[in-house]
Design a protein around this ligand. Structure first.
Ligand SMILES: Cc1cc2nc3c(=O)[nH]c(=O)nc-3n(C[C@H](O)[C@H](O)[C@H](O)COP(=O)(O)O)c2cc1C
Length: 325
């Protein structure tokens, strides 16, 4: 039987299917079930900046009771962080697979201290997700990328465990950013994070939330960028996240260069039993193709001609889109 083991961010995974950060991974009980269902690793629900920063917006609502508000803010902060550290500790007791903590942040402030506590609580790695839109008309191009590097560098210089960067979809050149992240100690990159999806209700003329869950069509973006990135910056690991709704999607992600996949929507919409189906498919597919290990086909279909990426993209555009009259 083929081996499904993979190495991701320096961690040994029994298989490449990671349950990504979400409500699916917010309790030790759920995490135990995910382990029993076959998950290769889990990324815990994110700890959000708003949950741990001292200057939470609501502090302003406390009016002139400065002393009381200071106490409350500190209490809230310690409590939320304490709960998160408890989630790590308790999950580690019942889940003998890698447990990756997730920090969803924006400012380059107290994360160093938080990261140290996450490490001390037993997390096997930290995934950083810097979630923000850049909308300032005075924005300096490259500033947000530099912000990623700064946060990574500060966290990385204070913890020993691997640090993984989960990126948004709006970078001009993800490859240059990934290269800078690699130079500053990132062990892996996740492509991509899923943002809130806005929609508009034309009946009631108001803004509403779009689909919370992804669809299969979103996979193409990750396949493109992992295919390029894994060839251009090949010293760190990649995980595809976004739009994997079939076991074939897992195979495609690995062929494009990913060492692992992070899945969430499909598990929400179906059940944990999907894990077993995906793993069975992977086993059968590998046997049919005569593959003994994940490494044998990881990146086999990534981009071989980096200089030709634009020629390829432009010619494919002309070829496929011009055919439709
Ligand atoms: C309901 C829900 C909750 C999520 N919560 C988080 C979160 O707390 N932190 C995070 O980094 N990503 C979060 N995500 C993004 C997922 O981890 C994942 O990267 C994204 O949904 C793409 O994978 P998918 O196409 O399999 O859903 C969430 C996604 C969903 C649908």
């Amino acid at each position: 039987m083929a081996s499904l083991e993979t190495t991701y961010a320096g961690l040994k995974l029994r298989n490449p299917i990671i349950v990504s950060s979400s409500g699916l991974t917010d309790s030790p009980e759920k995490n135990k079930k995910l382990y029993e269902a076959g998950a290769g690793a889990i990324v815990l629900k994110s700890l959000f900046e708003e949950q741990v920063m001292k200057d939470a917006d609501w502090q302003g609502d406390m009016g002139s009771y400065a002393e009381g508000s200071d106490y409350l803010v500190e209490f809230m902060r310690e409590n939320q962080l304490g709960e998160y550290l408890g989630l790590i500790r308790e999950t580690k007791k019942v889940c003998p697979i890698p447990v990756i903590a997730s920090m969803n942040c924006y400012h380059d402030t107290e994360w160093v201290n938080v990261a140290k506590q996450i490490e001390a609580a037993g997390a096997d790695a930290i995934e950083i997700n810097i979630l923000a839109l850049q909308t300032d008309v005075d924005y300096t191009f490259g500033a947000f990328e530099q912000h990623h590097v700064n946060i990574l560098r500060h966290v990385k210089s204070n913890v020993q465990i691997p640090v993984i960067m989960k990126l948004g979809k709006n970078f001009t050149n993800p490859i240059a950013l990934i290269h800078a992240l690699y130079l500053n100690g990132a062990a892996a990159v996740v492509l991509f994070n899923r943002f809130y999806q806005p929609d508009i209700d034309i009946e009631h003329l108001k803004q509403i939330s779009g689909a919370v869950f992804s669809s299969e069509i979103e996979l193409a973006r990750s396949l493109r960028w992992v295919g390029i990135a894994s060839a251009a910056v090949d010293k760190l690991d990649y995980a595809v996240s976004g739009g994997i709704h079939s076991p074939e999607g897992v195979v495609k992600a690995i062929l494009s260069g990913a060492a692992a996949v992070e899945i969430c929507s499909a598990f929400y919409q179906n059940s944990y039993a999907l894990l077993n189906q995906y793993l069975n498919f992977l086993n059968v597919w590998m046997e049919q193709k005569g593959m003994q290990s994940i490494n044998e086909f990881k990146g086999r279909l990534n981009v071989k001609d980096l200089d030709g990426v634009n020629t390829f993209e432009r010619s494919q555009f002309m070829r496929y889109f011009s055919l439709h009259k």
